[in-house]
Ligand binder design. Structure first.
Ligand code: NAG
Ligand code: NAG
Length: 288
């Protein structure tokens, strides 16, 4: 409970590569979509590094937004599920990375939780695509390892952050080319991870941004090699940004506000905290 909050975030990256020749393409080359998330990719990272030829190309030939506004709470799980459901967090129900449901008293939700009943009833972009007869594959995304409305994406994997980014790209391109998938989603846990360790201005973080440019380059090149670059619309975006903390002026110690001897458990902390009071103590938890 005494830990400082790690991130406060408002803006993030959005770049779109439009399939340029969709209209003139042969009928068989139906347009496809790839949605790429690079976690914690702050909106201005590209202005802080020089060596990003692939992003530069997308910025030059595609469409970009100076910033976009994400949903609160600005955490990986809620924001990613908003992206694929179009719903605010209170409507899709994934309101934090860690949650507790007092009504059912079922197990706590953690980022590794895939029990279907946390994810019910909210149509995702891949469920919509599959209902429309399209083929969708997801190389990691929040919710993709759970059955939503009874279905999973046609291809999916249990989350494993150790899978090299290159392997994720290569598999996704195979789905789009050899298997003729219409929709592909792919998730990378960087530059978020390095950003948390080194801060948004950190050398290692900016190096990681350059590495992600190389991963984007691999995706573009593989699509080009398989003659798909003109039929795939690529959206590169992120779930949230990253701000440096300052433990002197930006730290709220919740013990100044709640009587921590009455707290049974801390479920989530950060820009938003979630506390469980001891039995019958909810009303005396807050200092007045
Ligand atoms: C795609 O490949 C062609 C032929 O090798 C090349 O001329 C073109 O620059 C490539 N486009 C991209 C975006 O890499
Ligand atoms: C916190 O709660 C404990 C247990 O009820 C109580 O003894 C203590 O006086 C409370 N502290 C304050 C500052 O209210």
């Amino acid at each position: 409970m005494a830990r400082p909050f790690i991130i406060t975030i408002t803006t993030l990256l959005l770049v779109i590569w439009m399939a340029s020749s969709v209209k003139s393409a042969p009928m068989s080359s139906k347009p496809k979509v790839i949605l790429v998330s690079m976690d914690g990719f702050r909106h201005d990272y590209l202005s802080k590094v020089n060596n990003t030829p692939n992003f530069d190309m997308m910025l030059r030939e595609g469409v970009t937004m100076p910033w976009i506004r994400n949903t609160f709470t600005t955490l990986t799980f809620p924001c990613h599920f908003t992206m694929v459901t179009g719903l605010y967090e209170e409507s899709h129900g994934i309101v934090a990375n860690n949650m507790y449901d007092s009504k059912t008293d079922r197990n706590r939700f953690r980022m590794s939780t895939t029990d279907d009943d946390w994810w019910t009833g909210h149509e995702t972009i891949w469920t919509s695509a599959q209902k429309a007869g399209l083929k969708a594959g997801v190389y990691f995304w929040v919710g993709s390892a759970s059955k939503i409305q009874g279905t999973r994406p046609e291809r999916w994997f249990p989350y494993d952050g150790r899978v090299p980014f290159e392997a994720r790209v290569d598999t996704l391109v195979k789905w789009m080319s050899e298997d003729d998938f219409d929709l592909g989603l792919i998730y990378f846990n960087e530059p978020d991870h390095t950003g948390h360790d080194s801060g948004p201005e950190g050398h290692a973080t900016l190096k990681e941004v350059e590495r992600m440019d190389g991963i984007l380059g691999r995706l573009l090149q593989k699509l080009n090699d398989t003659n798909l670059l003109d039929t795939v619309n690529i959206i590169v975006t992120s779930d949230h940004g990253m701000a440096a903390t300052d433990s002197d002026t930006k730290l709220i110690d919740l013990r100044d506000y709640v009587n921590d001897t009455l707290v049974a458990d801390v479920i989530q902390q950060g820009a938003m905290a979630s506390l469980i009071p001891q039995e019958g103590k909810a009303s005396s938890l807050l200092y007045c």
